[in-house]
Design a binder for this molecule. Sequence first.
Ligand code: KG4
Ligand code: ZN
Length: 338
Amino acid sequence: MGENSNFILGIETSCDETSVSIVRNGREVISNIIYSQIAIHQPYGGVVPEIASRNHIKKISAITDQAFLEAGLKYHDVDAVAVTYGPGLIGSLLVGLSFAKSFAYGIGKPLMGVNHIDAHICANYIGNEEVKPPFVTLVASGGHSHLILVEDYNRYKVLGQTRDDAAGEAFDKIARTLGLGYPGGPAIDKIALTGNPEAINFPRSYLEENSYDFSFSGLKSAVLNYLNSMHMKNLEYKVEDVAASFQMAVVEVLASKTVRAAVEYGTDLVCLSGGVACNSLLRKITGELCTKNGIALSYPSLELCTDNGAMVACAGYYKFINKEFSSFDITAKPNLKI
Ligand code: KG4
Ligand code: ZN
């Protein structure tokens, strides 16, 4: 293809999305096919790992062909294959990784194993030329909550992380208790719009002064205790008020620690990454704190915040240009760290 164009194929199967994308020069999405298994897992109230891997196997070939079809490209037109190899569900990761290895081998192109958290961060680069390191990013999803200083492409300093549940996990658990279904984040976000965020004063867990770590288990217990005591006293409560108050307690901590880190490390940009970055209140409150401190805020589109192949291709691109290729005996790492 064009001399200055690099096309990277990105493959993502770490949880319950089967997604394949083709990205040009790291930032331009040519195609991004996302097959979500949400409807399949909904009856179980969460992702069932075995069912997830079986559905990845069923879909991966067809989704890949669709990505090429929409891009108007042939297999050999891509310059390299990027794939998530961790963290995530072992069976799900293995499907994408095995497929990516055979695909790259088949077309004789290099393979790049990508860290899923790295991919979530790189989603901020897509379609957005202004986003360049250094910046501080919050990566909050169903599986992880990290506060990271992005010193350069591929150079990360972890400032803090959760000591118990991930932020998205807390949303999912509280939503299940409130009978709002799976996934909980979008459901709480929506119902909270009609509730009063000051109705119940749930605890904000800031931990030690100066700490950039997070903890959501105390808040989760506080919500459960509140609901139990209301039930025992036969008192009425409004689900939308509980949702709004819980959401505010999570968001205030996430937003304030993120912006405090940007101020301390002197970056003029904050990015939000991961599924929880879809949250409308998180976007709003972080935006207000950034404005107060003269810091710019950026976040990916809703589709690129949750799991997708484009972010994997983007992360792969920055490895590709440094020739950081993976060997074909790379294995899936469910607990891979950033
Ligand atoms: O990044 P992601 O698609 O998968 C993981 O890597 O875990 O994130 C999924 C998580 C789920 O926990 C979901 O409830 C949460 O992101 N989420 C949200 C919203 N949309 C998705 N949490 C809060 N508000 C939202 N609008
Ligand atoms: Zn994710």
